[in-house]
Design a binder for this molecule. Sequence first.
Ligand SMILES: [Zn+2]
Ligand SMILES: [Zn+2]
Length: 363
Amino acid sequence: MQGIAAVSLGPRKEMVFREFPLPDVGPDDILVRVRRSNICGSDLHIWHGHGPEFTQGEGFVPGHEMVGEVFRLGRRVKTDVLGQRLEEGDRIAYTYFLPCGNCAACMDGSPACPNRSDHWFQDAGESPHFRGAYGEYYYLRRGQTVCKVPPGLSNSEVSPVNCALCQVLYGLDQIGVRLGDTIIVQGAGGLGLYACSLAKEMGAGQVIAFDRLESRLELARSFGADLTVNIESVNRKTRREMILDLTRGQGADVVAEFAGSPLPVEEGVHLLRQFGRYLWVGNVAPGRTAALDPAISVRSGHTIRGVIAYAPWVLPRALDFLARRGHAYPFEQIISHTFPLTELNEAFALADEGKAIRVSLTS
Ligand SMILES: [Zn+2]
Ligand SMILES: [Zn+2]
């Protein structure tokens, strides 16, 4: 049996589809039939070859955000991470990264393992071939967290879970959202929309979303934002005055950056209260800098926390959150455009315009 997968030919080049034989499945591994995969901001950075972290060159299978079904189960794999019995045909969500277990970050139990994607960027020609999301199959290795998808959730709802939703859930957990907090969400793309709903669920008193696109801000309101601010029409000085007015002159308890650009970070420190907390998630591509005044954060006792990847406990909680609260927010709308997998290059061109929430591929 054979399956197709997209192979990268280097920065900004069209990806090509190749056919590979389905690999034998190791006793602790799983071969997944991918049903839906998405284009995340990181996929665009990798495609552009942005910065040293994102020059993965050619020959690998791109994509990391996805959902699929168990196609072949390794003979020693009996259950998912929660101990639920796994069988061929079961729909599963899974981490796209694989911590090495043997570095300073792994030693401390942090998901920021610098080797976590080594298995991904290997040559597609080498078995098991299917190491990225943009293929009909995906080879899951022992050490990647696997969780059965609760019934009743659509693939559109579940496909962004293993990157976007888990990343936001972990980030907000790490920075800490407390009852009554005022939180500013910078950037109302997929991650920012999840952040609005999660912050609300975690007890935030006021959720305020910043973006430059009115369509995203409108969606942010249906994801729980109490107030939205269009940064094109409201200038920076007025934005700060608005936040001070809404917080009795104190500033926000939490600012969370999902914009993926350094400029909002410069603004964010001016929006925080004394002892406020700043979560950094969006700026994954190195090389672009901001003019930060560190004295503001020192003199205010700010906590600044960057997060990358997430801890294993996050995945089942994210799925449960969708299953339990799916009726309260329009999660289906996170996926704004869908293409067949074979139109991957067209889908990338659209995603690269930066106006879609999330572009998705079915196979
Ligand atoms: Zn991602
Ligand atoms: Zn490691």
